[in-house]
Every structure is written in structure tokens, then in C-alpha cells.
Design a protein around this ligand. Structure first.
Ligand code: ZN
Length: 435
């Protein structure tokens, strides 16, 4: 693999270190120096900020086939769920649709600087082999060149069937792996009940057991309005109390959304060693509220960032959502800076996935990085380049993106796949099934 020196840019190594020194990539990793025979290629990053590749800790890639679906905008959650499930039935969710939607969502992610996507897959139709359905997304990720965390989700699934399918996906795609992560770190498997509003204690117990036996990370969603209301109706409890009772507030668990959360609950998450994912690009348009990120961080809860999926947030543009998070943060507590949000999009998300190899650019890290061109009118006059990454140039996309030492985006274009072909493939499939 070619070794690379990237020079002339402002490099955000991690939340604590920014340098103007060149950065070296060798054998798919960040190196402390160029190899003895010099770098194979030298990239001029003058006028640019270089960051670790962003990590989208909460996506629903399948929903890329269901963007701006009528009846799903500003809908109450019960109507939204009904509209989405009717649409899944109409278009027939199967491996072909899963693969095409994932290819689109992952290509979009790379073009937006997101090098790792955690795909919380919640739709498992009867009669469709779950290993094949998961495999469709896994193979799309390999084809597009993105890192994938496949989260085998559930939403009212039979607990035993769900647990068996997790073991089967693991045996097929990650045999002999440790912690559910492939040797090259390109594929990770995790488990994720949708939440206490959809799944009962049996599902949480079955998924906890299989996760423990295979060493998998666990993810779930909690404390949006419907979740709180259903937990109160069905159990007379708060969602986080139930998760605690069901063995799901433990290290290794990440909870997404957390819009309606009390100070006491924040302290409980911190005490239990749970991590969080903030997804305001979903929470705000769905009317769920804004998670109090500053309070979570202050309590010691690591917080990552996610976009959620095309059913609620029609973009997989994590940096844009980080900008939104920054803009609305002061409405629910202390404001959160651009630099802090950049840290949430990188190391914050990585912590929730149990990964130390991604989310930063220290020597030994995977060479997942973005070069952001800050040399045009959009950034002229910016006093602080790191804050400017989020404050200036809404919708900013990276010039170049690397995953594991391989360029996937050059000069704003996907080079690891044909993004327009991916778009046309999904459109043609949707058209053929909409008949
Ligand atoms: Zn979600």
C-alpha cells in the first residue's frame, strides 16, 4: 500500500492536539514518520484542515430508500411508524433493496467525510433470511469502501429468533473474531433493541446474553416522547429505569436520543458507565426535543454523534448535524462549541463503539481521515479554523477522504465507487417496485 505524507494543513490529531506538522500514513495506519525510503505520495493540504474521519454512531441506512416519504414529516411518532411500516411493505424490504439503500447511504457518508457508519437495522420481514439481509449491507460497505458497524436491531421481533440470527450473522461474517470486530477493523457487529417502547424484557435479555457471549457492543434508543409515554403506560416507569432493571445500563451500552432526561437520570448513566449518542437531525424535526449534551458531558457521559436515518433526517451529513447541534445546544443548557462537537463526531462516537483505532490521528490509528479545504470565500475571515469548520460553510463537504490508507474521495468525488450509478440503481429499484 502506498505511503502518504500530507503536508501544509492544520491537523486536528484529537481533542487535545492540533499541529501544523505533516502527517504520515503507512500501511493503512497513521505513522509517526515517513518510511526510510520516503513517502510514495505527497499531498498538499495548505489552506486545509485535516481531521480524523467522522463516525456516524446512529444511522438507519435502509431508510435512504424512504426519504421525504409523504406523511412522515412533522408526524407524531405513532403515525410515523405506521407510514414507514406500510412503505416497507409496499417496496418489499429484501437483500436487493437493502444493498441498494446501503450503497447510497454509505457513498453519501463518505462524500460527507463519514468514514464509519453504525447502521441500526430494525426491519426484518418474515420470510427473508436475516443473514442475507445483513450480508447485503455488509457487502455494500465493502464495495463502497466504508467502515461499517452493523447493529442487528429489533422492533417487536421474536427474541429467540433475533438472538439466533445474531449468532448466525457473526458465524458467517466474523468467524473467530474478537469483540465482534474483523481483523482489519472494517466490519463490526453489535446488537440493538429499538427501545422499551417496542421490545420487552425478553428481547433485552436475549440480546444481552448473545452480546455477552460474543463480546459485542450493545446499543438502544431511549427517552424520546413516545418511549417515555409508552414506558409510563405499559410499565408505570421511566425508560431508563426499565433499561437499568433489564441489565442494559452497563458498560458496553450506548443509548441514542435521550431528549427527555432528568438530572438524576444523567447521573445514573454516568455511574453505570453508559455512553450516549446525540442525533439532533432526527430529534428536532421529529419534535422530540434536544438532548442536554453539555449536562451529559459534564456528568462524565461520553457522547457521540449520529444522524439517524432517511425516515426522519434525509441526510447522512454528520458535520451538518453537528452544526445544528451546536446552534441549538444553548436552548437546553450550556452551549457546546464546534471543537467539542468535532470531538463528539470522532472520538465520542468511537468510545461508544468500543473502538480505540478510529476517531483520532495519533500514531497507530487507522488512517481514516478527511481533508477539508478552508481556502475559499466560505472560510475567508474565519479567526478560528476549527470552530470555522462548523460555524462557516453550512453543508461543507471534504475535498479528500481516506479509509484505512486508501483514498475514497478525491477532489469532492467518490473514487471507490460510482456515486451516480449507486443513486440510479436505487431509483430504478424503487420505480420498478412502485409500479
Ligand atoms: Zn434512530
Amino acid at each position: 500500500m502506498t505511503s502518504t505524507r500530507i503536508e501544509g494543513g492544520t491537523v486536528v490529531i484529537d481533542g487535545a492536539t492540533v499541529t501544523d506538522a505533516p502527517i504520515h500514513v503507512d500501511d493503512g495506519q497513521i505513522a509517526s514518520a515517513a518510511p526510510p525510503d520516503g513517502p510514495g505520495e505527497v499531498i498538499d493540504a495548505s489552506g486545509c484542515v485535516v481531521t480524523a474521519g467522522l463516525i456516524n454512531a446512529h444511522h438507519h441506512l435502509l431508510q435512504s430508500a424512504f426519504r421525504t416519504l409523504p406523511g412522515t414529516r412533522f408526524a407524531v411518532m405513532s403515525d410515523w411508524l405506521a407510514q414507514m411500516s406500510a412503505a416497507y411493505g409496499r417496496l418489499r424490504v429484501d437483500p436487493e433493496l437493502g444493498a441498494a439503500a446501503a450503497r447510497v447511504g454509505l457513498a453519501e457518508s463518505l462524500l460527507c467525510g463519514v468514514t464509519t457508519v453504525a447502521d441500526h437495522h430494525l426491519t426484518w420481514p418474515d420470510g427473508i433470511d436475516p443473514v442475507e439481509l445483513a450480508g447485503a449491507t455488509i457487502e455494500s460497505a465493502a464495495g463502497v469502501g466504508a467502515r461499517l458497524v452493523f447493529v442487528r436491531g429489533t422492533a417487536r421481533d421474536d427474541p429467540a429468533t433475533a438472538a439466533e440470527s445474531i449468532a448466525a450473522i457473526h458465524d458467517t461474517y466474523l468467524p473467530g473474531s474478537h469483540g465482534g470486530i474483523s481483523d482489519d477493523g472494517k466490519l463490526q457487529l453489535a446488537v440493538g433493541p429499538s427501545g422499551v417502547h417496542a421490545d420487552g424484557p425478553e428481547t433485552f435479555a436475549a440480546l444481552r446474553e448473545v452480546a455477552m457471549s460474543l463480546g459485542l457492543r450493545r446499543r438502544t434508543q431511549a427517552n424520546e416522547q413516545v418511549d417515555v409515554a409508552i414506558a409510563a403506560d405499559r410499565y408505570g416507569r421511566r425508560p431508563l429505569e426499565l433499561l437499568d432493571e433489564w441489565g442494559w445500563l452497563e458498560p458496553g451500552v450506548t443509548v441514542a436520543h435521550l431528549c427527555e432526561i432528568t438530572d438524576g437520570e444523567i447521573d445514573m448513566l454516568a455511574a453505570r458507565g453508559v455512553t450516549a449518542t446525540h442525533a439532533p437531525g432526527c430529534d428536532v424535526p421529529m419534535g422530540w426535543g434536544i438532548a442536554p449534551v453539555a449536562s451529559l458531558l459534564r456528568a462524565g457521559v461520553p457522547v457521540g454523534m449520529g444522524t439517524s436515518g432517511g425516515g426522519s433526517n434525509d441526510g447522512g451529513h454528520l458535520l451538518a448535524d453537528a452544526r445544528l447541534a451546536m446552534q441549538v445546544s444553548g436552548l437546553v443548557g450550556d452551549p457546546v462549541s464546534g471543537g467539542t462537537l468535532l470531538g463528539m463526531c470522532t472520538e465520542g462516537s468511537a468510545q461508544g463503539l468500543g473502538r480505540t483505532d478510529i476517531g483520532h490521528l495519533r500514531p497507530g490509528a487507522a488512517a481514516d481521515l478527511c481533508i477539508w479545504d478552508c481556502d475559499d470565500v466560505f472560510d475567508a475571515g474565519v479567526a478560528d479554523r476549527i470552530e470555522g469548520l462548523l460555524w462557516a460553510s453550512p453543508g461543507r463537504r471534504p475535498r479528500d477522504v481516506m479509509v484505512a490508507g486508501r483514498w475514497v474521495v478525491r477532489d469532492g468525488h467518490l473514487v471507490s465507487d460510482d456515486s451516480r450509478a449507486a443513486a440510479h440503481e436505487l431509483t430504478a429499484l424503487i420505480d420498478s417496485r412502485s409500479g
